[in-house]
Design a protein around this ligand. Structure first.
Ligand SMILES: Cc1ncc(COP(=O)(O)O)c(C=O)c1O
Length: 388
């Protein structure tokens, strides 16, 4: 069997490789603590599960879903965007369900890129921003996010020839992997660039609900002119502990959503109606308290990890959002991957090497806070013992 040549264009998916390594160690009886993947350890909130149970029991959800989505889901997303972000959306044309943000982000590449086109991708960034364009025969061009610039890309540095070929731009705040929140004025600059060069701006909004210290994350669509040039992919995975449910929505520019729908009607048969109804329940105001309580848990873990790292001589600024700590690799290692390999071998702790998120992630590692406190403490203790 010969796989297509396009599969050779992409590196192995980071977490698939990590999962394999963990499995080998666990099979050998080693107590591995994974701080790698950002997959909440806590169950989906009870009110969402209860809504899903009711929806699954209703035969009206058992047929093929419509790719456009159920009115209840589209309406709930529109109401949430109004209440939460002050963004008005037409539920008929400006909201559509997605089978997780990952599906949506990948398929936008298929819908908008031809060979020779460019997708501008935040670096470091979620791997699909680069894997997607490569798989569809287009070219990802990296936009460096540097700590000294508040993890904002330098849009002026994008060469004119690249701007001309760019059809898509992927960016994400609050940011994975750096934990950064959107720098002042960046969304406005992105709107200007997208408008001037007919680029579809795709804001990946996977972490807006996980924030601390009073920070409230905005929607890109709240920026003047954003809806004319862009879409936002809103995921329920992290904020509602629903990673396994595959529930997300694309919102914003109606023409872009119509093209996404056109593509998807040839690829999949939509998001299970019962999950759409569970997603609608998640976005109701009654869930807000559960989100807040979860954020208190992540904040406690954030502080615990940042303090322990400081004790070990690694200084990090506690992030105001996301479920990640982004920390510099201690001196003496050839690369972030070499450090992470060392930590896995010597401490049986899985952390992610920054280089896996792009060349500008090199020199950093990422800790995910999606592990119970006692295991997180044990992991940090092991890291500290390694560095002493
Ligand atoms: C920035 C970012 N976008 C998208 C996703 C995937 O979201 P979903 O579970 O909705 O596919 C993740 C998951 O880690 C992420 O970090």
């Amino acid at each position: 069997m010969r796989p297509s040549s396009r599969l050779d264009r992409i590196p192995p998916y980071l977490f698939a490789e990590l999962e394999r390594k963990i499995a080998v160690k666990r099979a050998a009886g080693i107590d591995v603590i994974s701080l790698g993947i950002g997959d909440p350890d806590t169950p989906t909130y009870p009110s969402i599960v209860a809504a899903a149970e009711r929806a699954v029991a209703d035969p009206g959800t058992h047929g093929y879903p419509s790719n456009r989505g159920r009115a209840e889901f589209r309406g709930a997303v529109a109401d949430f965007y109004q209440r939460r972000f002050g963004v008005t959306l037409d539920p008929e044309t400006e909201v559509m369900p997605a089978i997780g943000a990952k599906e949506c982000i990948f398929n936008l590449n298929l819908a908008f890129l031809d060979q020779g086109d460019v997708a501008l991708a935040a670096d470091p960034g979620y791997p699909v921003y680069t894997g997607g364009p490569l798989l569809v025969g287009a070219e990802p061009v990296l936009m460096a996010l540097r700590a000294d610039a508040g993890f904002a890309p330098d849009l002026e540095a994008i060469p004119p020839s690249v701007r001309e070929r760019a059809r898509l731009m992927f960016f994400n705040y609050p940011n994975n992997p750096t934990g950064a929140v959107v720098p002042d004025g960046l969304f406005e600059k992105i709107v200007d660039l997208a408008r001037a060069h007919e680029i579809l701006a795709v804001h990946d909004n996977a972490y807006s609900e996980t924030t601390f210290d009073g920070y409230v994350a905005p929607s890109f669509l709240a920026t003047a002119g954003a809806k004319e040039v862009g879409v936002e992919v809103f995921s329920l995975s992290k904020g509602y502990s629903m990673t396994g449910w595959r529930c997300a929505a694309i919102v914003g520019n109606a023409d872009a959503i119509a093209q996404y729908w056109r593509l998807k009607s040839n690829i999949d048969s939509g998001l299970f109606d019962a999950i759409q109804l569970a997603g609608a329940a998640a976005l109701a105001p009654e869930t807000d308290d559960q989100v807040k309580a979860m954020n208190a848990v992540y904040k406690r873990r954030r502080d615990l990890v940042c303090e322990a790292l400081a004790d070990a001589g690694v200084n990090v600024t506690p992030p105001r959002a996301t479920i990640y700590i982004w920390a510099p690799v201690p001196p003496g290692y050839a690369s972030a991957a070499a450090y992470c390999e060392h930590v896995l071998e010597r401490a049986a702790v899985v952390i992610s090497p920054g280089g896996a998120y792009g060349p500008n992630g090199e020199g950093f590692f990422r800790i995910s806070l999606t592990t119970p406190d006692d295991r997180l403490l044990e992991a940090v203790k092991r890291l500290r013992a390694l560095s002493s």
